[in-house]
Design a protein around this ligand. Structure first.
Ligand code: NA7
Length: 292
């Protein structure tokens, strides 16, 4: 068992993931920009670092689970970033969803430091993070993936090596456009049925037992009905991923018409002040635009 782990980023996803590592018996040192969020982890037995450098300096594996590409650059490459504190031979595993180009840039800097980097974004939201059943995609050297797989499996039920550095970050965007577009068309479906006189609860129940039933639909059914309740993954975060996917598509010459359309609905959600709500808020957008 690898003993010493640094974990950076205790947001909605990072907190339950770090907690699973603590519960699995690893020696975990956590760091979060907003220190209050470290309290539950400290109570569970994690050590709390006062700086990024402190979180990384003794660790054999350092995890990052932060908002976006800029946050990843800040925590690794920034003026008070952890790069210079990485132990030679240690592994930096970024589990955030970021621009694949930025992921490769960070991997290059980490390699120059004599350490290793994996991009290991996850599929699955907060509930699966709590259960430790995320699906983890891994980019980077296969042998490094093998070295850390046991630790990753404390946060997820499976890991898949998908290619070199940046490959998993790219695949994650390809996965997330399906999630976002599906939510948008579910919103259209439920509001259409509602305007025709069918109660949303009945519509969701029938959809959940129809040919389009899916684990995603079952998982999101409560939020389709109550879009403005607690957020698992915000509309703004989903738009971050759509923007990255559309940019990648432009660079590779792939048309993404459905993603582009669903992205506009996320823009509407943000325009209506719903950016910090769950991305199920697209249902509220369609409902409001259909007359109330
Ligand atoms: P959250 O709940 O918004 O958490 C984001 C985390 O990233 C949180 O710990 C933030 O610290 C941290 N963060 C953001 N910017 C920075 C900078 N510049 N420096 C240091 N730390 C930063 O997001 P989720 O947990 O839902 O999602 C995390 C990733 O998984 C994201 O890429 C998703 O797309 C998938 P804070 O607490 O605000 O101080």
């Amino acid at each position: 068992m690898t003993q010493k782990i640094g974990f950076i980023g205790l947001g909605r996803m990072g907190s339950p993931m770090a907690l699973n590592l603590v519960r699995a018996g690893y020696s975990v040192t956590v760091y979060n920009r907003t220190p209050e969020k470290t309290k539950p982890l400290a109570e569970a037995g994690a050590a709390v670092a006062g700086s990024l450098a402190e979180a990384a300096s003794n660790a054999e594996i350092v995890f990052t689970m932060v908002s976006d590409s800029t946050a990843l650059q800040d925590v690794v490459l920034g003026p008070v970033g952890l790069l210079d504190s990485l132990q030679p031979g240690s592994v930096l595993i970024d589990m955030s969803t970021v621009d694949p180009k930025v992921s490769r840039q960070v991997a290059e800097a980490v390699r120059a430091r004599g350490a290793y980097m994996l991009d290991a974004p996850v599929s699955g939201s907060t509930m699966l993070a709590e259960q430790g059943t995320l699906s983890i995609m891994v980019g980077g050297e296969e042998s490094v993936h093998e070295r850390v797989r046991e630790v990753l499996l404390k946060m997820g039920s499976r890991t898949t090596h998908v290619g070199p550095n940046g490959a998993a970050a790219s695949l994650k965007l390809a996965v997330n456009i399906i999630i976002g577009v599906t939510m948008e068309v579910l919103a259209e479906s439920v509001v259409l049925a509602q305007r025709a006189g069918v109660a949303p609860e009945i519509a969701v129940e029938v959809l959940s037992n129809s040919a389009v039933a899916s684990p995603f639909l079952k998982y999101k059914a409560p939020q389709l009905l109550q879009p403005l309740g607690p957020a698992a993954f915000t509309a703004s975060m989903m738009q971050k991923d759509f923007t990255l996917a559309l940019q990648m598509a432009r660079e590779t010459g792939v048309p993404l018409p459905a993603t582009a359309a669903a992205n506009e609905v996320l823009t509407m959600a943000r325009g209506l002040g719903l950016g910090d709500h769950d991305f199920a808020a697209v249902t509220t957008v369609i409902r409001q635009l259909s007359g109330g």
